[in-house]
Design a protein around this ligand. Structure first.
Ligand code: HEC
Ligand code: HEC
Length: 319
C-alpha cells in the first residue's frame, strides 16, 4: 500500500487525492512522543503515591501517606506556633503593658472576635454595639466613650474579671408619686435642655428640689454626673441605659435597678474570673479587645492606676 508521493518522495498510506493532498506515514515528532510517554508514567506514579482507587468501604491510601487532614493539621500547627508566641508573651503582662505593645494589640484585635462572640456578644451585641434592651438585657454599649465604671484599661479589666451589678434602690416607698413625677421631669430636662438650662428652668424646679433633698445625690453626685465606683449613670448626657421616656424614667426611679423589687430593672454583668469561665489571659485579651472598640480612655496616672492583676513586669511594660 505504501506508494510514494510523486512530488516529495515521502511514503503515503495510499490515500492520494491529487498532487497536493496525500496521507503521509511520517512519525510524530520526538518531543511529542517523549511528552506522551512521560505523562503516562507520571499518571502511574501519581496513582500509586496518592490515595486513588475506591473500595466498597475504604480506598487505596497510596504509598506516600498523604491525606488532606494531615495537610490541614500541618497548616494548623504553623498557626498555633505563631499564636503560641503571642500567648506566651501576654501571659505575664499587665493589661496596660499589653495595650502599650502594638504587635500584641494587633494580634488581639484580630483574634479576639471569637472570644468576644462566644462570651459577650449575646448581651453586648457584635462589636459591642449593644442590643437596645432586647430580651431585657440592658447591657451597655461598649464602643462609645460613655462608661459607667470607667473606660481605662484597668477599669475594663476589673469589670470583666469581677462582674458588675449597679444598685439603685426603689423609691416607691420613700417618695410620693408626685415627687417621682417631678424628679423624673427634672432628670429628663437634664439631658434634653442641658444641665445649665435645666438647673435654672422654673418648670422643673420642684423636681430639682426633690433630687437635691432626697437620696439621689448620694449616688449620682450633686452634679448628677454619676459616680464611677458605683456605676451610677451620668444623668446629664443624652445616653440612656434604660428607657429615656418620661414613663421609663419614672419606672426606673420607682422600682430601682437590681434593687430586689420584682419590677426593678435588671442589669447584671457576670463575673468571668470567679465563675472560672475564662482564664486570666483571656480576660486580659478581652479587656484590650473592648478598649480597642474605640471608646477606651487614656490613663493619665499610670503609676497609681496600673494595679497588676498578675505579677508585674514593668521592664516589659516599658518596651
Ligand atoms: C448576661 C449579660 C452579659 C454578658 C454575657 C456580658 N455582659 Fe458585660 N455587662 C452587662 C451588664 C448588664 C452591664 C452593666 C452592669 C451595670 O449596669 O451595673 C455590663 C457591663 C460591662 C462593662 C462596663 C461598661 C461600662 O460602661 O462601664 C464592660 C466593659 C463589659 N460589660 C464587658 C463585657 C465583656 C468583655 C463580656 C464578655 C466576657 C461581657 N461584658 C459579658 C451584661 C453582660
Ligand atoms: C444607691 C444608689 C442610688 C440612688 C440612691 C439613686 N440612684 Fe439612680 N442609679 C444608680 C445606679 C447604680 C444606676 C445605674 C444602674 C446601672 O446602669 O446598672 C442608676 C440609674 C438611674 C437612672 C437610669 C439612667 C439611664 O441612663 O437609664 C435614673 C433615671 C436614675 N438613676 C435616677 C435617680 C434618681 C432621680 C434618684 C433619686 C430619687 C436616684 N437615681 C437615686 C444608683 C442610685
Amino acid at each position: 500500500m505504501s506508494e510514494k508521493h510523486d512530488v516529495s518522495g515521502v511514503p503515503t498510506t495510499g490515500h492520494l487525492w491529487d498532487d497536493d493532498l496525500a496521507d503521509f506515514t511520517n512519525q510524530p515528532p520526538k518531543w511529542w512522543m517523549l511528552g506522551l510517554t512521560a505523562s503516562a508514567l507520571f499518571v502511574v506514579v501519581y496513582w500509586i503515591y496518592y490515595p486513588s482507587v475506591p473500595f466498597a468501604s475504604s480506598f487505596f491510601k497510596g504509598v506516600g501517606g498523604w491525606s488532606a487532614i494531615k495537610e490541614m493539621e500541618a497548616d494548623k500547627g504553623e498557626v498555633d506556633a505563631a499564636r503560641g508566641k503571642f500567648e506566651a508573651k501576654l501571659k505575664d503582662m499587665t493589661p496596660a503593658a499589653i495595650l502599650a505593645d502594638s504587635e500584641l494589640t494587633e494580634y488581639i484585635k484580630r483574634s479576639g472576635k471569637v472570644l468576644f462572640g462566644d462570651n459577650c456578644a449575646a448581651c453586648h451585641g457584635q462589636n459591642g454595639a449593644g442590643t437596645k434592651g432586647k430580651d431585657g438585657l440592658f447591657a451597655p454599649i461598649l464602643n462609645d466613650d460613655d462608661w459607667l465604671y470607667g473606660g481605662k484599661i484597668d477599669n475594663i479589666y476589673e469589670t470583666i474579671a469581677g462582674g458588675r451589678q449597679g444598685m439603685m434602690v426603689a423609691h416607691k416607698d420613700t417618695l410620693k408619686e408626685q415627687q417621682i413625677d417631678d424628679v423624673a421631669k427634672f432628670v429628663k430636662a437634664l439631658s434634653e435642655e442641658g444641665k445649665d438650662k435645666a438647673d435654672a428652668d422654673p418648670a422643673v424646679a420642684a423636681g430639682k428640689k426633690v433630687f437635691m433633698e432626697s437620696d439621689c445625690t448620694a449616688c449620682h453626685g450633686t452634679d448628677e454626673h454619676g459616680i464611677q465606683a458605683m456605676g451610677s449613670a451620668n444623668l446629664t448626657d443624652k445616653i440612656w441605659r434604660f428607657d429615656g421616656s418620661l414613663e421609663g424614667i419614672k419606672h426606673t426611679i420607682t422600682y430601682g435597678v437590681n434593687s430586689g423589687d420584682p419590677q426593678a430593672r435588671i442589669a447584671q454583668m457576670p463575673d468571668f474570673k470567679k465563675a472560672a469561665k475564662l482564664s486570666d489571659a483571656e480576660i486580659k485579651k478581652l479587656a484590650v479587645y473592648v478598649y480597642k472598640f474605640g471608646g477606651g480612655q487614656v490613663d493619665s496616672t499610670p503609676e497609681v492606676a496600673v494595679a497588676a492583676p498578675t505579677p508585674a513586669t514593668p521592664e516589659k511594660a516599658a518596651k
